[in-house]
Design a protein around this ligand. Sequence first.
Ligand code: DOR
Length: 437
Amino acid sequence: MNQPLLIRGGRIIDPGSGLDKTRDLLIDEEGILRFIDMNSVIPESDYLIIDASGMIVCPGFIDLHCHLRQPGYEEKETIATGTRSAAKGGFTTVCCMPNTKPALDNPVIIKLVQDIALIESPVRVLPIASITKGRQGQELSDFKTLASLGVAGFSDDGSSVVDENLMRKALEECRELGLPLIEHCEVPELASDGVINQGRVAKKMGLKGIPSAAEEQMVARDIRLAGDTDGWVHIAHASTTRTVELLRWAKSEGIHVTAEVTPHHLTLTENEVVTRGTAAKVNPPLRTQADINALVEGLNDGTIDVIVTDHAPHTRVDKECDIAEAAFGISVFETTLASLMTLVHSNKITLNTLIDKLTRQPALLLGKRDGITGRLEDGKAADLVMIDPNREWVVDPEEFVSKGKNTPLSGVTLKGKVMATVSRGKLVFVDELLSVR
Ligand code: DOR
C-alpha cells in the first residue's frame, strides 16, 4: 500500500492522448491514477498533497539506452545507484545495455539483472541482450530464449556487428520475434583509435579524429540489410547530418528502421572538448553545430524517433587521465531534462515534442509491453514526472545520485528541473524544494 497522493493544479501534458490542460490528479493507495475535477472537495487529510501549480505533469520518461554496469563494473555504477539516478532524472522505465562483465548474453545473467532490479530499483528495468555471445561479434546469442525472458531488444553497443553475414542472420532471426537490433554504428577501421570528432578541434588539439563516415558507412550497410531482410534495425545514438539523411531516405522507402539521439548530441559540439577535456569524450563523439541542426530537424520531422540518455557512468580513474586513454561516456540521467529544455527555451523544439520523444515514442518501440504505454491513463498504474520548466539550477556532479560524476555540464546553469517522479504509483523522487504536505 502506498501513501495516496493528490497533485493539484499542474499542467498535464500527455502527447499520447493529446492532452494539454490544467487538471488535478489523484493516485490512490493501490498506485492507480485518477483524473479529478479541478478543486474537487476531497478529504485532504487522507492524502499527501503536492502543489503542482506552475509545473508540468507528464508521463514518466522511458529510456531505451543506458548503462547500469552491473554485473562486473560496480565501481562505475550499480543497478541500485543507476536506477535511483534515473528516478531523479524523471525516468520510470530504463533499458540497460549488455556491455557488462559478463555480457548480458544468456538467460542466467538476464534473470540476475531482473532479480536485482525487482529488489533494488525504484523504476522498471528492461535488459537489452547482446547480439553476439560475449559481444565478440562471432556467434549469435540465443535470441528466442532471451526474447522469452522479456528483453527489450538486442545490441552489441560499444561496437558494431562487423560481420555482414552475421548481422544479416541476426536481422532474419529477430524479424520473427518483433524485436529490434540496436546497432552501435561504427566501422572500426575508420574509427581506428580516434579520440574525438575528426575536424577543426581534433586538428588544433593534435588528437586523432573519428570521422563521420565511420558512423555513416555502418548506418548505410544496416539500412541495406534491414531492407533486404525485412528485419528491424534501430540506429543507436545518431550523431551526423548524413546519418539523418540516410534515415530519412530509408523511412521514405518503407524500410523498418528507427533511430535515437542523445541530449548531448543535440546540445553540445566538439568545442566542449577544448574546455571540458575527458568529460566531453563520448562515442560517437560530439560533432558540429551543423550536425546538431540536422539532428534537431530529424527529431522534429519524425526521422529520429526517440531521445535516449546513453547514460554511461565511469569512475574518476577512468576519466582523470590523458584524453587518448580516457573512457568514452557521459553520466546523463540527472541532466537530461534540463539540457533538453535549452532546446525548448530557444524554440528549437516544442515542449510537446520533447515529452513525446521521451514517453509515447519509446513506449511504441517497446510495443507497449508490461502495460508501458508512455501515457497518463485514468484507472491505470501511475508513471509520471513533475517538472518545473523555469527553475534554474547549477549542475554539481557531487550532488548526482549516480556514481558517475563524469559530465561536461559541471558548473553550468540550466533552466528546467525534475521536481518529483512517481513510478508504478509510488513517489520515488521528490526535490527538496517541492511543496509536499
Ligand atoms: O560513450 C560511450 N560509452 N559510447 C558507447 O557506445 C559505450 C558507452 C559506455 O559503455 O561507456
